[in-house]
Write a protein that binds this ligand. Structure first.
Ligand code: XMP
Length: 529
């Protein structure tokens, strides 16, 4: 892999993603990992990320020069660039001239790293220190007002560096710079493709699962669907999928899973109708965290029961096949549970390395400690966009692959106030209209997701026909995001908003007002609860 060494800023994930966009496999490792451990992984190249420290500060993350002398191609970015300069005898100093945000850079020599990029380019910087003199053997490639050396390279030793952040989209030619490093500087081929990922995972799943049975909870979302499709491809009928209909789904979702997904993949599916159970458990509850906990708890219980039923049914089937079949079923009970854990979850849980400190995210709650299954997590190495690419390659329907994220607790955390069947129906109707209009306007892929939220305990006065109304407002919360960690509200065209508003207030009784949420994350979260 290409190792991205995380020096403590939030950029490492972005770098890893951009490297994979260049179709080269990358993994993030913490800067605390020893050089020997890094080299033991036989990295094809190493990228040193930016970070918040100054190389001269006490306690600043150190760069072991062994990394630079091992013959592995290295690209330093921002702090990583300065650390490389300092480690090899260059001069790094405070400039008194902080550059933050869009910064113009002059290219004095394109070299390998900046080949094919213009002489003047806009980059995204964030630094107070700067490299004043490049180490011996390096060619200075670019300068900016605040960075006498803004990029350098030593082609012979295959060491490269840039002061700016090529991984950030605001750096005009950032992706080109990363690709020059990967393809030309490090001589790597762009062969990390969905097809290869699938072949690789299928092999791993078969090795892990053997002849045992596997179950997978489907949420209707892209992650669990693609995880299931991968496992299905690997072990076929050993897999049973369970879909819990908790009544907090959006219009058409259960049908989509039952019909489209099963038709496309041929998985065994068990649908559990648990609507009553969830509504009963949620009766009278208004506190968001309490709601989440209840929904998570009920989900696990229903799911565990369904898993037991799958086992029991399997025993009946195998038992019918005679003595050999009975022995077979005893040897192969359900042992594995598929989880759609993604790489960002792994990294955020402090992981990437080993399994010990990694919590397994769940679509709804957390998994119970006494879980009876071992986990199969075929998406652990993938980012969301890669999951989508793999899904398409596996034939998962586009409506599922391109579905916007939807929280496990579902509409339960979008009815503000107590959750009741009537309120859910109102919200479902409004939500469907918003989705239809956004899709008709061709905005689905511009919007990360657009929660519709029912303020069920709020009423406002309106007028409709000749009469006074006293109904509820719904909130439209369209957001743009790359990873849901941060988000901005999407500037949906006014005429689209107008159509949504007109239709909702006309077609959904009880809703007489539509409002737009114009808050970024932070400070607000995407969901209201
Ligand atoms: P927030 O509201 O924290 O949401 O900004 C970030 C992203 O996560 C989704 N979300 C959840 N997804 N289970 C999930 O599977 C949950 O409990 C949950 N809560 C929030 C949310 O829709 C957004 O995409």
């Amino acid at each position: 892999p290409v190792l991205v060494v995380d020096f403590g800023a939030q950029y490492a994930q972005l770098i890893a993603r951009r490297v994979r966009e260049a179709r080269v496999y990358s993994e993030i490792v913490p800067h605390t990992m020893s050089a020997a451990d890094m080299l033991a992984r036989d990295p094809a190249a190493i990228i040193l990320s930016g970070g918040p420290s100054s190389v001269y500060e006490d306690g600043a993350p150190a760069l072991d020069p062994a990394i630079l002398g091992a013959g592995v191609p290295v690209l330093g970015i921002c702090y990583g660039f300065q650390a490389m300069a300092a480690a090899l005898g260059g001069e790094v100093a405070r400039t008194g001239r902080r550059e933050y945000g869009g910064t113009d850079v002059d290219v004095c020599e394109a070299g390998v790293l900046l080949a094919g990029t213009p002489e003047h380019q806009s980059t995204w910087m964030s630094h107070g220190d700067a490299v004043h003199a490049a180490p011996d053997g390096f060619t200075v490639l670019a300068t900016s007002d605040g960075a006498p050396v803004a990029a350098f390279e030593d082609v012979r030793r295959r060491l490269f560096g840039v002061q700016w952040h090529p991984e950030v989209r605001h750096s005009e030619h950032g992706q080109t710079v990363l690709e020059r490093f990967l393809y030309d500087g490090a001589g790597l081929a762009p062969d990390w493709t969905p097809g290869n990922v699938i072949a690789d995972q299928v092999e791993k799943i078969r090795a892990q699962v053997g002849a045992a049975r596997v179950i997978c909870g489907l949420s209707g979302g892209v992650d669990s669907a693609v995880a299931a499709a991968l496992v299905q491809k690997a072990v076929g009928d050993q897999l049973t999928c369970v879909f819990v209909d908790h009544g907090l789904l959006r219009a058409g979702e259960a049908e989509q899973v039952e019909q489209d997904f099963v038709a496309a993949t041929g998985v065994n599916l068990v649908v559990v109708d648990a609507q009553e159970r969830f509504l009963d458990a949620l009766a009278g509850v208004t506190d968001p965290e309490t709601k989440r906990k209840i929904i998570g708890r009920e989900f696990i219980r229903v799911f565990e029961q369904a898993a037991r039923d799958v086992v029991a049914a399997a025993h009946v089937v195998d038992g019918g096949a005679g003595a050999a079949g009975t022995a077979d079923s005893a040897a192969h009970p359900v042992e594995f549970l598929v989880q759609g854990t993604l790489y960002p979850d792994v990294v955020e849980s402090g992981g990437g390395e080993g399994a010990a400190n990694i919590k397994s995210h769940h679509n709804v709650g957390g998994l119970p400690d006494d879980l009876q299954f071992s986990l199969v997590e075929p998406l652990r190495e993938l980012f969301k966009d890669e999951v989508r690419a793999v899904g398409l390659e596996l034939g998962v329907p586009e409506v599922i692959v391109w579905r916007q994220p939807f929280p496990g607790p579902g509409l339960g955390i979008r009815v503000i106030g107590e959750v009741t069947r009537e309120r859910l129906d109102v919200l479902r109707a409004a939500d469907l209209i918003a989705r239809e209009e956004l899709t008709a306007a061709g905005l689905d892929r511009d919007i990360w997701q657009c929660p519709v939220v029912l303020l069920a305990d709020v009423r406002s006065v309106g007028v409709q026909g000749d009469g006074r109304t006293y109904g509820h407002p719904v909130v439209l919360r369209p957001v743009s995001s790359e990873d849901a960690m941060t988000a901005d509200w999407t500037r949906v065209p006014y005429d689209v908003l107008a159509r949504i508003s007109t239709r909702i207030t006309n077609e959904v009784a009880d809703v007489n007002r539509v409002v737009l949420d114009v808050t970024s994350k932070p400070p607000a979260t995407i969901e209201w609860e």
